[in-house]
Ligand binder design. Structure first.
Ligand code: MN
Length: 260
């Protein structure tokens, strides 16, 4: 008789799993009590011109991922993470999918796949990213840390006309650092969704952070970060140093309205 056949394990009464199932990450839906369930978080690399007259590269941008629990409300406190001396902001338009698929036709994306839009921050430990680029190491330490993807409430696509144009900006202590128009994306949303779907099967609940304009830079504890996308949302957060090594804990606003 194998040891496994006599093994007894307890299960959580509610979830039936051997440890209580973690709450699913969710995003607020603007102006409602409804929540959007967050699946995976895809992030697009360079997708705006950072220099005037720069030609569009022939190659589509690269992509990477963050865990779903990196998504926290873009409001209140922005935790300065451990293990970095160079904590950088990247403001981005965020796309939320309600229909997935493989080999998606770009012409179908806005009509059939995009549920809504939000404003997100692809927070980056830049020193760790430079190190990863130097050594050929993975980007997760630079990009996929706790609270690294603050996001405003989602706006349904119809309510913001698919965010085809509109200013995107970010300021630190009132001084503007990033400004562009989402119409300036090198690869627009339909192309990005189609590109990802040729590489992985996209799923309902997936978020896509669509790349940041020029002007990324470091934040310090005490800084106030504001920004937004015209017609989609705005945010204001204050950078605070958290206890080093502490596990992520959902902020009270993040868990509001989560059903078990
Ligand atoms: Mn980014």
């Amino acid at each position: 008789m194998s040891a496994v056949s006599t093994l007894k394990v307890g299960t959580d009464a509610l979830s039936g799993t051997v440890i209580p199932a973690p709450a699913m990450a969710t995003l607020a839906v603007a102006g409602t009590a409804a929540r959007f369930p967050v699946g995976r978080v895809f992030c697009i690399g360079r997708n705006y011109r950072w220099h005037t007259g720069e030609p569009r590269p022939a190659e589509m941008p690269g992509w990477f991922m963050k865990p779903s629990n990196a998504v926290v409300p873009a409001g209140g406190r922005l935790r300065y993470p451990p293990a970095t001396q160079d904590f950088c902001h990247e403001v981005e338009l965020v796309v939320a999918l309600h229909q997935g698929g493989s080999d998606i036709d770009p012409a179908q994306v806005l009509m059939h796949h995009v549920w809504g839009y939000a404003v997100g921050l692809d927070m980056t430990r830049r020193d760790l990213q430079q190190q990863a680029k130097r050594t050929g190491g993975p980007w997760e330490p630079a990009k996929a840390f706790d609270h690294s993807a603050p996001c405003t409430p989602l706006v349904p696509a119809a309510a913001c006309r698919h965010a085809r144009r509109g200013a995107i900006w970010l300021a630190v202590n009132g001084a503007e650092r990033q400004r562009a128009d989402v119409a300036d994306m090198l690869w627009p949303v339909p192309e990005l969704v189609a590109m990802l779907s040729r590489s992985v099967a996209l799923l309902p609940g997936d978020l896509i952070y669509t790349g940041t304009p020029a002007g990324v830079g470091p934040l310090q504890p005490g800084d106030t970060v504001t920004g937004g996308v015209e017609g989609v949302g705005e945010f204001s957060m204050t950078v605070e140093r958290g206890p080093v090594g502490a596990a992520a804990t959902p902020s009270p606003t993040h868990s509001e309205g989560v059903s078990p």
